[in-house]
Design a protein around this ligand. Structure first.
Ligand SMILES: Nc1ncnc2c1ncn2[C@@H]1O[C@H](COP(=O)(O)OP(=O)(O)OP(=O)(O)O)[C@@H](O)[C@H]1O
Ligand SMILES: [Mg+2]
Length: 170
């Protein structure tokens, strides 16, 4: 299903595989310095989407992108580095500032942040927000909200991906 507004894209995913596929399409287009914020409740599919992004960045699956438990950041190496943040256990903004987040956000890799709502005011203004909602056992609403010209252009590129459009149009 495809619902399009001027600068947003909402898709309904019907399986983890479909969510991974969207992540992969996105990951294959990401460049150094890109920041992707994943926003959604427990089990909404953030890690599933992050795993797809990792695939799109050509990260070997043996590196195992999962929900980090006690570390806030995990680094992976594919065609670019992936900085995978999971802020679920973040105590407060100062704890994130202590990690020197700008080194990641504006660095040589791609940043993906789970529970990014906890980093409001810290994440760059130019970024891609992805809001995930659990609609049912296997149904997830996934809304892509680009902020800034780079991510508006990127959204256009994702929508040109025949795998994404063809699937969503059915
Ligand atoms: N369409 C779907 N897309 C993604 N995950 C789905 C879908 N349908 C079912 N699931 C299931 O929902 C769960 C999503 O888990 P995932 O770890 O990705 O969520 P999360 O948002 O990262 O949660 P947490 O906040 O605990 O880290 C998995 O068990 C997955 O199999
Ligand atoms: Mg997770």
């Amino acid at each position: 299903m495809l619902i399009e507004k001027a600068y947003e894209y909402t898709s309904i995913s019907k399986s983890p595989r479909e969510t991974t596929r969207l992540g992969r399409a996105l990951g294959s287009l990401l460049q150094a310095g890109d920041v992707v914020c994943l926003i959604g409740d427990l089990g909404s599919g953030k890690t599933c989407l992050a795993q797809g992004i990792a695939q799109g960045l050509e990260i070997d699956p043996s590196q195992g992108v999962t929900s980090p438990t006690f570390t806030l950041i995990h680094e992976f190496l594919g065609r670019l580095p992936l900085y995978h943040f999971d802020l679920y256990r973040l105590g407060g903004p100062e704890e994130l500032w202590d990690l020197g987040p700008e080194e990641y956000f504006y660095g040589q890799g791609v940043t993906v942040i789970e529970w990014a709502e906890k980093a409001r005011g810290i994440v760059p203004g130019e970024r891609l927000d992805i809001e995930l909602k659990r609609l049912g056992e296997k149904e997830r609403e996934i809304k892509l909200v680009p902020h800034g010209p780079r991510f508006q252009a990127l959204l256009g590129e994702i929508l040109e991906n025949p795998l994404i459009r063809r699937h969503k149009k059915v």
